[in-house]
Design a protein around this ligand. Structure first.
Ligand code: C2E
Ligand code: MG
Ligand code: MG
Ligand code: MG
Length: 280
């Protein structure tokens, strides 16, 4: 069928010609139209409160339903989108779609939860990000406090003065700010205080090292203590085992995200879980 033909063609080109770059060029060209063809969609991964055991938010994660290659994770196409400058319109679509979706769930009667959206370095650097966020909130009627924007250390460190200003303007809108993949970038601890964010997300590489047989996990515990001392909430990414969850809970991690609590899923599946958790 068309599906396997497409995959074979892709493999043929990848092996015969120089490659990654051709594969990327093909994808990049197709990506230009993907948004208009409606091939992009958002999955949602639950974030679960350690205190209540209930979902208190979800992270919106981009997917590309490619006609031949099937469902692609962002690792396959976001770098190309960044290079081509396409991440700016795509990122705008992500923000608007996530806010609309949460608004629709709230209108359907679920208890308030938050939605987190990943920003790319380009969006952060080039766009009138503050104006965009402001207009999307106005247009969707989503309370600002229910939107969380995920940034990375690397993004913030590119231009510290500008980042500080953009963060404070975003905070003034009332949105929540988080640092994603914390511990993998190059920010110095001094900047943690300067960049006023609400949430630190411990990168899943540190969570992964929390095993029943080792002394690892010390870093995760230290990050939790550090964040709390700065008045920040802590989300642990990539929680896959009960052991990891229990260890993190003992060290007062606030929120868990990971396969143990749910993989990224279509919106209707997350909505079903939110509905099931509603108090009777
Ligand atoms: P991220 O923001 O750190 O998102 C978490 C990633 O970890 C997701 O991968 C998620 O599927 C994966 N994950 C969650 N729980 C577990 C677990 O228990 N074990 C393991 N092994 N993995 C887990 P995904 O969806 O492939 O996204 C990868 C990255 O792509 C994201 O990392 C984010 O940096 C980027 N991304 C996703 N959506 C967007 C978007 O809309 N815009 C931009 N600019 N980047 C995005
Ligand atoms: Mg993220
Ligand atoms: Mg992350
Ligand atoms: Mg990560």
């Amino acid at each position: 069928g068309a599906k396997s033909d497409g995959r074979n063609a892709y493999q043929f080109y990848s092996s015969e010609l120089n490659t990654a770059s051709l594969g990327e060029l093909l994808l990049e060209n197709q990506l230009r139209g993907a948004l208009d063809r409606g091939e992009l969609l958002l999955y949602y991964q639950p974030k679960v409160s350690a205190a209540s055991g209930r979902i208190d938010g979800a992270e919106a994660l981009l997917r590309w339903h490619h006609p031949e290659l099937g469902m692609l994770a962002p690792g396959r196409f976001v770098p190309a989108a960044e290079e081509a400058g396409l991440i700016v319109p795509i990122g705008e679509w992500v923000l608007r779609t996530a806010c609309r979706q949460l608004r629709a769930w709230l209108d359907a009667g679920i208890e308030p939860v938050s939605v987190a959206v990943n920003l790319s370095a380009q969006q952060f650097a080039h766009q009138d990000l503050v104006g965009l966020v402001e207009s999307v909130l106005a247009e969707t009627g989503l309370p600002a406090g229910l939107l969380e924007l995920e940034l990375t250390e690397t993004m913030l460190m590119r231009d510290v003065d500008r980042a500080t200003e953009v963060l404070s303007r975003l905070r003034a809108l009332g949105v929540r700010l988080s640092i994603d993949d914390f511990g993998t970038g190059y920010s110095s601890l001094a900047y943690l205080k300067r960049f006023e964010v609400d949430v630190l997300k411990i990168d899943r590489s540190f969570v992964h090292d929390i095993r029943s047989d080792g002394a690892d996990g010390k870093i995760a515990a230290a990050v939790i203590a550090l964040a709390h001392s700065l008045g920040q909430q802590v989300v642990a990414e990539g929680v896959e085992t009960e052991y990891q969850r229990d260890y993190l809970a003992r060290h007062r991690c606030d929120v868990f995200q990971g396969y143990l609590f749910g993989r990224p899923m279509p919106g209707e599946d997350l909505f079903a879980r939110l509905e099931a958790e509603q108090p009777a």
